[in-house]
Design a protein around this ligand. Structure first.
Ligand SMILES: [Zn+2]
Length: 313
């Protein structure tokens, strides 16, 4: 969506609230108490009332905005910026543009949006033919004050391992195989931060990301030893000069993500690397969609994230 359309559609807080209500109703409002999906709309209070048990649901509850005190318009602006920029932008920049006094709520809002992007993508698995490899991302291990989890202290640098999988297929039958100067054509990607470098975690992450029975191509590594059972895996020692032929997209994806992060974020806390990866993958996976704002809005009304230190419910 272009900026001019965005400002026309959502000029103020009231228009954002109304649009958010419509997005929620389009996806279906479900009563938290009894599971019923038919409601009365209480206009004055801006709440839904369950037709069965009278339980009330506020506009924000059960969505990414739950517990947020920020105006709807902030969320809409953030979603517009995230989905209309090719790269990404920092919370500091958004805070400056909004003229908001405090950094933390803006920072948290952006991370919540990235987290629901990940939850949305977690609903799909890769299949068919998949390239699999890992890459290391520079992160900072923050020394966090537990009473103020969002406060960022000094930290030490480290390399965090990320498992990357990409659906890629021979492009012989495509209309324009030379477009990317690669032999294969890429479809969807997934990236997951690894806590250990062990075989069991690799197997578990792969089983979450990739459908059983998929053809997987990977570099030779002991951490893939557990994959034979459910996958048709070809692991081979790949010479440097052959990497672009055998695993072309997995390496392109890793270097594009690294460059994007480096350009925008001064430092990446290891706790939040996954969230940046979510944004990268969500946008990449929907690169041919006309209305990315719409896609993010659906994720925003459908999921909520149990944020650091927040209570359930
Ligand atoms: Zn109910």
């Amino acid at each position: 969506m272009k900026l001019i359309e965005f400002t026309k559609h959502y000029p103020d807080e009231a228009s954002c609230r109304l649009a958010f209500k419509q997005y929620r109703e389009q996806e279906g409002v479900k009563c938290k108490k009894c599971g019923n999906t038919t409601h009365y709309w209480k206009k004055k209070r801006e709440q839904w009332e369950c037709k069965k048990c009278n339980h009330r649901t506020t506009l924000k509850s059960g969505t990414v905005m739950q517990n947020s005190k920020l105006p709807f318009q902030y969320w809409f602006i953030a979603m517009h910026l995230i989905t209309s920029t090719k790269k990404t932008f920092s919370a500091k920049e958004l805070q400056r543009q909004l003229g908001h006094k405090r950094y933390e709520p803006i920072w948290a809002m952006m991370h919540k949006l990235r987290l629901v992007m990940g939850m949305r993508d977690d609903e799909y698995q890769l299949s068919d033919e998949v390239e699999l490899d890992d890459g290391f991302f520079k992160t900072v291990v923050a020394q966090r004050d537990k009473s103020e989890p969002l406060k960022r202290g000094r930290g030490s640098q480290q390399q965090t391992k990320v498992l990357v999988s990409v659906e890629s297929k021979d492009a012989n039958d495509e209309h324009n195989p030379k477009k990317h100067n690669k032999k294969k054509k890429v479809r969807f990607i997934k990236m997951r931060v690894m806590n250990s470098l062990k075989k069991d975690e690799t197997t578990q992450l792969v089983e979450e990301m990739i459908e059983k029975g998929t053809n997987i191509t990977s570099d030779k590594s002991n951490s893939y030893n557990g994959l034979n059972k459910n996958y048709d895996i070809t692991s081979q020692v790949i010479k440097n000069e052959d990497v672009n032929k055998v695993l072309p997209w997995v390496h392109t994806a890793i270097s594009n993500a690294k460059r994007m992060f480096l350009d925008v974020h001064h430092r990446i806390d290891d706790d939040f690397l996954q969230s940046y990866l979510n944004e990268f993958c969500f946008k990449f996976n929907r690169r041919y969609f006309d209305n990315l704002f719409d896609r993010l809005m659906i994720a925003a009304v459908s999921y909520r994230w149990n944020w650091l230190g927040e209570e359930n419910g």
